[in-house]
Design a binder for this molecule. Structure first.
Ligand code: FAD
Length: 488
């Protein structure tokens, strides 16, 4: 049953699982666990619809690159699925098997762990059963870029699609206008005993359960953990420990422009780095999309483009293959978009401020930074792309100077894919949750969503995080069954 906590405070004291946050991760978990026969409560801070009052609790400060942190997530029933675009690309085995450069390890599990949930996750976001991820165009011939493969969800709005299920599923209570404001950890037992919840008048209540799952998005998951005084007192989290670190985005770098050679197909194209590219350059993955502008523009920058491409071609030893540069004839120009992997980096982080919000939860600062390894990825993708275009005779690419010159500030935007603040690792030295998504040094506190991504790859995060949510639901189902003595 869906209830407004502002008006109805009938919380039970015998929930098996308490899930905080009703976005794609929380809703998937709640329905799967309730279908398993468990008593589940799903807490949503926002209302049934958007309200400025709830959204204001997402305000945070920023000391790094501009993340638009408040604008790129929604704080009401359905979460950020209320305005996601629905682009779905599955992870692949190499996302899990290849470690990132630097000190942080990659995933402690194999892709097979979530691959088995792909069909179910596709169904949840309304992708047709058995649909193949599309090949939109041919790849580039050098072996560094293949055609990207993705499918578009309608996009599924979770609160609308699952409204009836959330209301009617037996054993499931959903409370909106119900803010989680604290996590009560009991050091002697190693267990979370309860979460504290509050309505918008600041009236607090204690909500006990057997297991707890934080599913509030990557910034808020870290914030909830860091904010809990009892978790800090027990040493489970610390102000300068791993919680909040390794915040990752997908980098939307403005690589530059291109001009197609006469007669080339003007359809948009989507390329994706191959595993061979990643291995050869020790670089991250990336999607590169090319779109020709509707209006063909006269190019006043011909000399500059020629000069740049001549230099690039000579540097790369492909001068003989780009002789058409001399026959440059202004066929039209286009823009290059990207979605590039950012590697985990401890300096890119969420941290707690002294100032508190109206409900007594500490506010956070986001320090989103890219590393030298990320600049290397951007440079390799840009240069290889330009080289391939030239070698295949597709057209002329003009890269922006910051692509190959790291001293020039990047022109870049985020993709609204927040990842990595409670990363999964084999040990607490490198992460916050274990392979089961359970917070290290706790017995019953779990995390869901892309905050535990150990690596972001260059796949859109929502379908994979749903695969992980289904895996976590199965883990908890088994755990609860074992504890109740049921035959599994
Ligand atoms: C414009 C835009 C386009 C996007 N397009 C794509 C795309 O094409 N493909 C893709 O894969 N991803 C896309 N995304 C990202 C996608 O929206 C997120 O990956 C996804 O919504 C994350 O799901 P989640 O459940 O982890 O978190 P969220 O959807 O953010 O849900 C978190 C929930 O927790 C609630 N909450 C927060 N704090 C509390 C609290 N203290 N107590 C109780 N509840 C709380 C929130 O109100 C919210 O409902 C896009 C995002 C944006 C902004």
């Amino acid at each position: 049953m869906i209830k407004d906590y502002q008006a109805d405070k009938t919380l039970r004291d015998d929930y098996d699982v308490c899930i905080v946050g009703a976005g794609p991760a929380g809703i998937t978990l709640a329905l799967r666990l309730a279908a398993g026969g468990w008593r589940v409560v799903l807490l949503e801070a926002g209302g049934h619809e958007y309200t400025p009052q709830s959204q204001a609790f997402y305000k945070c400060t920023s000391t790094g690159l501009e993340l638009y942190a408040e604008e790129t997530r929604l704080r009401y029933l359905g979460g950020t699925s209320n305005h996601w675009a629905g682009r779905c690309r599955p992870f692949t085995a190499s996302d899990f098997s290849v470690a990132p450069p630097g000190e942080m390890p990659g995933w402690p599990i194999a892709y097979a762990e979530i691959e088995q949930y792909l069909a179910a996750a596709m169904d949840i976001v309304d992708l047709p059963a058995g649909a193949e991820f599309h090949t939109m165009n041919a790849g580039l011939k050098g072996g560094e870029f293949e055609a990207d493969r993705f499918l578009l969800s309608p996009p599924t709005r979770f609160a609308q699609k699952y409204a009836a299920a959330l209301n009617d599923t037996s054993g499931l209570d959903v409370f909106f206008n119900c803010n989680c404001v604290d996590i009560e950890f009991v050091q002697d037992t190693g267990r979370v005993g309860a979460v504290l919840v509050s309505d918008y008048n600041g009236q607090r209540a204690r909500l006990p359960a057997k297991h707890f799952i934080l599913a509030t998005g990557a910034i808020e998951n870290a914030r909830q953990l860091l904010n809990s005084e009892s978790l800090r007192a027990a040493g489970v989290v610390s102000k300068d420990g791993p919680v909040g670190r390794c915040f990752m985005e997908h980098l939307n770098v403005d690589l530059g422009t291109f001009i197609l050679k006469d007669g080339e197909d003007t359809e948009s194209r989507q390329y994706y780095t191959t595993d061979a590219f990643v291995a050869e350059y020790r670089a991250g993955k990336g999607n590169v999309s090319t779109a020709v502008l509707a209006d063909v523009q006269t190019y006043g920058r011909t000399a500059e483009v020629k000069h740049f491409l001549e230099n690039l071609a000579c540097e790369m030893g492909v001068a003989s293959k780009v002789e058409f540069i001399a026959k440059f004839s202004c066929p039209g120009d286009g823009v290059i978009g990207t979605m590039i992997e950012q590697f985990p980096n401890r300096q890119s982080r969420i941290s707690l401020l002294d100032e508190k919000d109206e409900l007594g939860v500490a506010k956070v600062n986001v320090n989103w930074v890219v590393s030298a390894d990320d600049r290397h990825t951007i440079r390799c993708i840009g240069a290889e792309m330009a080289k391939q275009f030239a070698e295949m005779g597709l057209g002329f690419v003009k890269l922006n100077d910051f692509v190959y010159e790291s001293s020039v500030p990047l022109k870049m935007a985020p993709h609204a894919h927040h990842m990595g603040t409670t990363r999964m690792a084999a040990s607490p030295e490198f992460g916050v949750v274990d392979a089961d998504c359970k917070v290290f040094a706790t017995d019953n506190l779990y995390v869901a969503g892309s905050s535990f991504f150990a690596k972001g790859g260059a796949s859109n995060p929502t379908m994979p995080l749903i695969q992980f949510a289904l895996r976590l639901a199965d883990h908890l189902n088994a755990r609860l069954r074992a504890a109740s003595g049921a035959v599994v």
